[in-house]
Design a binder for this molecule. Sequence first.
Ligand code: SF4
Ligand code: SF4
Length: 273
Amino acid sequence: MSASAPSTNPDNHSERNQENFNLKPIPPEGIFSFACHPGVSCFNRCCHEIDVILTPVDILRMKTELNLPSHEFLTKYTSFHSLKETGIPLVKLQMRENSNGACIFLDGTKGCSIYHNRPQVCRSYPLGVAALDPRHAKLQTEGQSTEARFLIQEDMCMGHREPKTWTLKEWMNDQGTIGLEEENKAWLEIVAKLKAMKMAETQQREISLFMMVSYDLDTFWNFVFESTFLERFVVDEKTIENIKSTEAELLKFGMEWLQYALFGEGNIRPRQK
Ligand code: SF4
Ligand code: SF4
């Protein structure tokens, strides 16, 4: 996907056409051949009928590009799903009901209309990351870490027949995923902890807090600045200034606060009474 658009998360393929793809583990020093450009006969095919799970950083970048408040972005372009057996709410990009199930951001033959802010799983393809894949629990039991990577080889993807070769690092640099993975790390750690806890539906309060901070930053901003939050938690003046004006900083702060709110951990603490 070096040229213009496509991408996928492999989740859906596992249900859709299991016989037509392979997952090949790639060690950190691994090399693979791949290229994606408008000249490939399959151009844009991978942007149809797929599950693209969005991270909080993806949502922030996309809603900023589209100049929309969180709730409007979520309603217009995404849907909520619970991660199997855990109840953890995840946000997926909407696929169209017509147009062969094209991604809502696929612009005809031109490619991805939000290419510069496309989600992490779109950037990573054809590499999959265990942490963003529902089979990650299985991968872990097989001894692979949440950061384990694998090559998704689908029959329909002609990119694997291109001669250009990449190391993992070169690919990640080219697609801009290294910085993005760092930004998403705190959230992925929270998801991993929640998976281990196997959140039940009875833990509605935790689920609501997780959803607000992860996906609806505008509501979290109100929660921090228009409630008694700052009377209840110790937050220094500089942090208050930063999170009030910069959404990326508010998101980082939110991840720290979730560590406290969900697990009683981290640096943010309630004021002593
Ligand atoms: S199927 Fe593969 S080569 Fe074709 S557009 Fe998608 S990523 Fe590129
Ligand atoms: S966001 Fe862009 S790259 Fe990702 S599936 Fe949609 S159209 Fe394709």
